[in-house]
Write a protein that binds this ligand. Structure first.
Ligand code: NAD
Length: 354
């Protein structure tokens, strides 16, 4: 199979970790007889420095022309003084909006080999953790009408959702639940918010199309509490944009290692943008210290969701597991008795195990 990819290394550790993902794709290509065609694009601070905007039109057009996008990370202290449209992070919103990516998948997976990194009590995570947060990405309060009154002393943000917007994200979540353990938790605030009441009724009306999926509802405040009280009760969580922003960060942090977690932003066709959940880690950029695993696992998600190559995706995930089993660690996940390696060596070890 030939795959046409847009690569956006971005800023900070972005180029370090994307280089390792490319190494692993090379190994996948050799083993399974695939060809990856890469086009590199600028976004974030590096784009500001070269062409004066965080998201050049050529980047958006290049991504639109690709089958999938792999992004490192954007931002850093060099551009922190910039405001509004000039901020590097604007590139992310521009890409999500411009590419129509309404569904964000954030797996929170606790590797048994790294269970010491989990801040929760051992009995709460016995048997590991594997939660998938499905977050609506292009609606709700982050995209609603906002403003200030004429004196500037009162501000408002508006949350709005339409039935089609809820249906398309709920459908994604039901489909993912069907491929996993057929358990779906819809999170809302239906005791207070009208958008949540609509959300809940749409999810309930779709449940009859997926009779095998066990659907439950939970208020967002309770969900935040239950995630640390008994995280193993969750399998797939679906929720709106802002709740998903907060809960997906909480879910990922209970796994204890930000350098390990991938994400996917999808729409209804096979196109997707894949990226690690962490930022550009400017403190360790270019020092061969970054953990490339989140980006490498983002490649696995890309193979699974965009190209439906599950054997190849499994091969990457198993290679990561094997390297961890053998005791290899980057600095961020290092513990006593393990063997510390840099970014490049970690990438090479995983590539060799494909
Ligand atoms: P961060 O995720 O970059 O770093 C937080 C801490 O985790 C740092 O100590 C960092 O060294 C460490 N870390 C992160 N990724 C790591 C990895 N792969 N391996 C080893 N250690 C890792 O978050 P931050 O410090 O809040 O943000 C830094 C910059 O990144 C900011 O400009 C921020 O706006 C940007 N950011 C970008 C994205 C994105 O591109 N998607 C996401 C979050 C933050």
């Amino acid at each position: 199979m030939k795959m046409r990819l847009a690569l956006i290394p971005g800023d900070g550790i972005g180029p370090d970790i994307v280089a390792e993902a490319v190494k692993v794709m090379g190994a996948v290509g050799t083993k399974f007889g695939h060809k990856f065609d890469y086009s590199f694009y600028l976004a974030g601070g590096s784009a500001l420095d070269s062409v004066g905007v965080p998201l050049p039109e050529s980047t958006l057009l290049g991504c639109q022309d690709a089958e999938a996008v792999l992004l490192g990370a954007v931002g850093g202290p060099k551009w922190d003084h910039l405001a509004g449209e000039q901020r590097p992070e604007k590139a992310l919103l521009g890409l999500r909006g411009g590419l129509g990516l309404f569904c964000n998948l954030r797996p929170a997976l606790l590797y048994e080999q790294l269970s010491d990194a989990c801040p929760l009590r051992k009995d709460l995570i016995a048997g590991g953790l594997d939660i998938m947060v499905v977050r609506e990405l292009t609606g709700g309060i982050y995209f609603g009408e906002r403003g200030r009154n004429e004196h500037g002393d009162t501000a408002f943000d508006t949350m709005a959702y339409s039935i089609p917007e809820i249906e398309r994200i709920a459908r994604m979540a039901f489909e993912i639940a069907m491929k996993r353990n057929k358990k779906l938790m819809s999170v809302d605030k239906a005791n207070i918010l009208e958008t949540s009441r609509l959300w809940r009724s749409v999810v309930n009306s779709m449940a009859s199309e997926y009779p095998e999926v066990e659907v439950d509802h939970m208020y967002v405040d309770n969900a935040a509490m239950q995630l640390v009280r008994n995280p193993r009760q969750f399998d797939v969580i679906v929720t709106e944009n802002m709740f998903g922003d907060i809960l997906s960060d909480e879910a990922s942090m209970i796994t204890g290692s930000i350098g390990m977690l991938p994400s996917a932003s999808l729409r209804s066709d096979s196109f997707g943008m894949y990226e690690p959940i962490h930022g550009s880690a400017p403190d360790i950029a270019g020092k061969d210290l970054a953990n490339p695993i989140a980006t490498i696992l983002s490649v696995a998600m890309m193979l699974r969701y965009t190209f439906t190559l599950s054997e190849e995706a499994d091969a990457i995930e198993q290679a990561v597991g094997k390297v961890l089993d053998e005791g290899w660690r980057t600095g961020d996940i290092m513990s006593e008795g393990m063997k510390q390696v840099g970014t490049k060596e970690m990438g090479s070890l995983i590539a060799r195990n494909i």
